[in-house]
Design a protein around this ligand. Structure first.
Ligand SMILES: [Fe+2]
Ligand SMILES: [Fe+2]
Length: 331
């Protein structure tokens, strides 16, 4: 593979530095062309590091903010069993956030900085979590559609060229499968319940379907960074390709649920061998990303409160670490 990022090498390098940079770039290019892994201490182009840092930190923020719509329902779950399952799921999402913050830290940014960017409203997270969860059936639709879309997106990321990200994704994907199953099962039970329960399930699917499809990001012709991410083996499939696969999976599963997808344009294109879906409202997507979704302000406010409430935990942990270090030093 040709050196694609020498333009990121700063000017005015000494001959030795330049030689080191060139050797680093050659090593990086070889690793990428062999579809092997870059590790934190390896040389990497600055643009690669920045792209990953942005992607992994946004992913971490999404896991953490994504706890909120479901956490709201833990105390209202219809049975002890449902409560335990939902609590375990929300805790898993916290764990995903933590793995991902750790992976992002290996790229040279502290978790404190990422958190302060999030609560200052400077960082992005997945637009899906700015929609409200208004009924119990939403727990089913979120698990089935939102975690389902996350799996489609994330399974290929297990092979991402950056080692810590790929390894974090392996574990996360295992847990996401359980999340999708529990969502599916909630919907199945409601669908087989009373007419009102079935209607509640259908209504939740109707509301979460389009936002879930938009989780794959803008259409390929409006996604300028995708090509570079694919050349770096971070991303393996385009947004539209993943979205089409997802529609193909859901179209079969919804039959088992006895429900329908709110999209009369879904069809399998025999020529392209791809699933197609109806138009999506990309203006809505951009508005929600820009902070104008139904719950953006509430989600950030809640995150700020949780951060403030957790101040004593951070202080206690820092003090404990200080004492441990003192003991070790004295020993
Ligand atoms: Fe997750
Ligand atoms: Fe999940």
């Amino acid at each position: 593979m040709a050196s694609q990022n020498l333009q990121s090498v700063p000017a005015e390098l000494s001959p030795e530095e330049l030689e080191r940079e060139q050797a680093g770039q050659a090593y990086f290019d070889r690793i990428i062309s062999e579809d092997s892994r870059i590790e934190p201490r390896d040389w990497m182009p600055e643009a690669y590091r920045k792209t990953l840092l942005r992607q992994i930190s946004q992913h971490a923020h999404s896991e953490i903010i994504g706890m909120q719509p479901e956490a709201n329902w833990i105390s209202r779950a219809p049975s002890l069993k449902r409560k335990a399952i939902l609590m375990a799921k929300v805790q898993d999402e916290a764990g995903h956030g933590l793995y991902l913050y750790s992976a992002a830290e290996t790229l040279g940014q502290s978790r404190d900085k990422m958190t302060s960017d999030l609560i200052a409203g400077k960082a992005r997270y997945s637009s899906i979590f700015n929609y409200p969860a208004i009924s119990w059936a939403d727990m089913g639709a979120i698990g089935w559609l939102v975690d389902g879309a996350a799996i489609c997106n994330q399974v290929p990321l297990c092979r991402a060229s950056y080692g810590p990200y790929g390894r974090a994704m392996v574990r996360i994907c295992k847990e996401e499968s359980f999340h999708q199953r529990q969502g599916f099962e909630i919907l199945l039970e409601l669908s087989n319940g009373t007419p009102a329960q079935k209607q509640m399930a259908q209504d939740a699917v109707n509301r979460w379907y389009a936002p879930a499809l938009m989780m794959f990001g803008p259409p390929d012709d409006d996604s300028p960074n995708s090509k570079q991410s694919m050349a770096w083996n971070i991303k393996r499939f385009s947004n539209d390709e993943l979205r089409s696969r997802f529609v193909g999976m859901m179209v079969e599963q919804v039959k088992v649920l006895g429900l329908t997808l709110p999209d009369k344009d879904i069809r399998f294109n025999e020529e392209t061998k791809k699933w197609e879906h109806g138009p999506l409202d990309w203006n809505e997507f951009k508005n929600v990303l820009a902070g104008k979704g139904p719950c953006n302000a509430q989600r950030l406010e809640r995150r700020r409160e949780a951060h403030d409430d957790g101040a004593w935990v951070r202080e206690a942990a820092a003090e404990y670490a200080r004492k441990q270090a003192e003991k070790e030093y004295a020993a």
